[in-house]
Design a protein around this ligand. Sequence first.
Ligand SMILES: Nc1ncnc2c1ncn2[C@@H]1O[C@H](COP(=O)(O)OP(=O)(O)O)[C@@H](O)[C@H]1O
Ligand SMILES: [Mg+2]
Length: 292
Amino acid sequence: MKRTLLLPEMEDPSLEITMPSAPQLRVIAVTSGKGGVGKSNVVANLGLALALKGLKVLLIDADLGLANLDIILGLNPQFTIHDVLQLRKTLPEVLVEGPGGLKILPASSGIPELSELDEYQKMFLLNELDNYSESLDLVLIDTGAGISKNVLFFNIAAQERLVVANNEPTSITDAYALIKVLATQHNERHFKLLVNGISSPRDAEAVYRTLLKVSERFLGRDISLEYLGYIPHDEAVPKSVLKQQPVLTLYPKARASKSFAQIAQRLWEMPGPEEVDGNIKFFWRRLLQFQI
Ligand SMILES: Nc1ncnc2c1ncn2[C@@H]1O[C@H](COP(=O)(O)OP(=O)(O)O)[C@@H](O)[C@H]1O
Ligand SMILES: [Mg+2]
């Protein structure tokens, strides 16, 4: 099933974008080596931009140390994934609805127990997600930063990995460290890069070139790093965080908001991985069976 959507800013109907529906479900981990580079804002605003275009989007907050997607979106979740794992709540009872019809699975300290779940819990969660995911087009996971087990866990479970970095040397070296672990220990070869908080396209491209060069040199030429673009440094972003609303809706004319909208569209138009089982069951099976 396909849905054809006309973007509001496009007057020429020949430019209609056909958004694939549930059979082409994409599961993308948004990740970074270093914290504080803008992952959670990226997840919230890219997710929102695509939800506003009619896609059914689920955001998973998997940043256990600094879980804050709900705060950025001004939500007050009563329950978390932990309640699902403890069989206290069903998934639909735990999901919160955000702006634009976004669905959010709030984080909790229950996530580290995922690999230690018993068979019954695994099956229960699988069924919950399977029942729910039929109506989804996109899952974005805020993985948190670094190379901890949990970060790797969600990166490997997802079908695609979007690395966020800024131009600080530490952000670039840490992004490389994450790519290296995923490539050498888990055989992940394909990454996308989004540069955030930069003032000029040249500076953003320099971040991309540096990361590409070092990855190809030390990890081999079969590593692919696709450049998705950049989000400019924009004071509207921290202002919107203070007001607990996504910059995209609070300041739609801000430079960052326009970039988020463009990048969201580019991400959706970029091909996903070649061989994907469109069923979310695949994602959750990998996730639940995964052991590091
Ligand atoms: N494009 C940007 N321009 C200016 N400030 C930004 C931008 N992106 C993020 N920030 C600020 O950086 C800080 C960290 O962002 P956050 O999304 O929480 O990062 P992470 O999830 O990677 O830790 C926040 O205070 C946010 O307002
Ligand atoms: Mg965060």
